[in-house]
Design a binder for this molecule. Structure first.
Ligand SMILES: NC(=O)c1ccc[n+]([C@@H]2O[C@H](COP(=O)([O-])OP(=O)(O)OC[C@H]3O[C@@H](n4cnc5c(N)ncnc54)[C@H](OP(=O)(O)O)[C@@H]3O)[C@@H](O)[C@H]2O)c1
Length: 229
């Protein structure tokens, strides 16, 4: 069943955000596309609606309006914009919100290679986000290892999503949302500090994608069925 809480995707006009929005809109979730520009957000929302159909519950808003309208937030911006955006949005983010961070600190953002990550002082982009959100906002890290090309298509995804969080509610909600994506199994990946590893796996996948000309994802095998959502 769809969660009745709207999901605001901040930076939702890029391939990662639109892909998640498309997949969740298709299964009946209520989506708000966030952007620095309200017009661009609405355009992206309209485009997704045209793919999903009139029943899609999707709208577009400037990022701070999206934060004010939802308490489930998904952050899909480049690492180089993450800290500045979160500082700007701090007054708009509602206490009690859950922020799901998908940011990968790719070296490409500062002129390096896409198949490498930058060192982040806090340990990971997700831990940096945790330092920047208002008190009372909890963080989960997820969706780093899903290809936006696949998300924006029609096929089942054939990938696992590992979720890391220090907060049980943020963890459970994110596992539920991940498992709503067709073909995805969601796995509890432990503490938020493990986000560093998820972020690095993306850099590895980018290198593999270049080498093998595809859109790789990951599957974790060998656990009892209850380990997979
Ligand atoms: N692409 C993938 O396959 C993939 C998969 C997993 C995770 N990720 C991660 O998810 C994040 C988004 O990926 P993406 O490929 O969708 O990125 P993107 O297209 O470069 O950026 C996404 C959106 O972020 C906003 N944005 C760009 N620069 C910004 C800045 N300096 N400050 C605030 N907002 C900014 C833009 O929206 P507006 O201009 O409309 O505000 C843009 O459309 C990245 O951290 C990426 O590493 C990507």
């Amino acid at each position: 069943m769809p969660d009745s809480r709207p999901i605001a995707i901040l930076g939702g006009t890029g391939p990662a955000g639109t892909g998640l929005a498309l997949r969740w809109a298709r299964v009946g979730e209520t989506i708000i596309i966030g952007s620095r520009d309200a017009h661009r957000a609405q355009e992206a929302a309209d485009k997704i609606k045209s793919k999903v159909g009139d029943q899609a519950r999707i709208s577009g808003m400037e990022n701070s309006a999206a934060c004010a309208a939802a308490d489930v937030l998904v952050l899909t911006v480049p690492f180089e914009g993450q800290a500045t955006l979160l500082k700007q949005l701090k007054p708009a983010i509602r206490s009690g919100s859950i922020l799901i961070d998908a940011t990968v600190p790719l070296a490409a953002g500062v002129g390096g290679r896409a198949s490498r990550t930058l060192g982040v002082w806090q340990g990971s982009a997700a831990q940096q986000a945790a330092e920047l959100v208002p008190k009372g906002v909890t963080i989960a890290a997820a969706f780093h290892n899903l290809s936006a090309d696949l998300l924006n298509g029609n096929e089942a995804l054939d990938c696992d999503v590992i979720v890391c969080s220090d907060d049980p509610d943020a963890l459970q909600l994110t596992l539920t949302l991940a498992a709503r994506l067709p073909g995805v199994r969601a796995i509890d990946g432990g503490k938020l500090e493990n986000a560093r590893i998820l972020e690095q796996i993306t850099a590895l996948l980018i290198g593999l994608n270049i080498r093998h000309k595809g859109h790789g994802g990951i599957r974790i095998t060998g656990f009892p069925p209850e380990a997979y959502r």
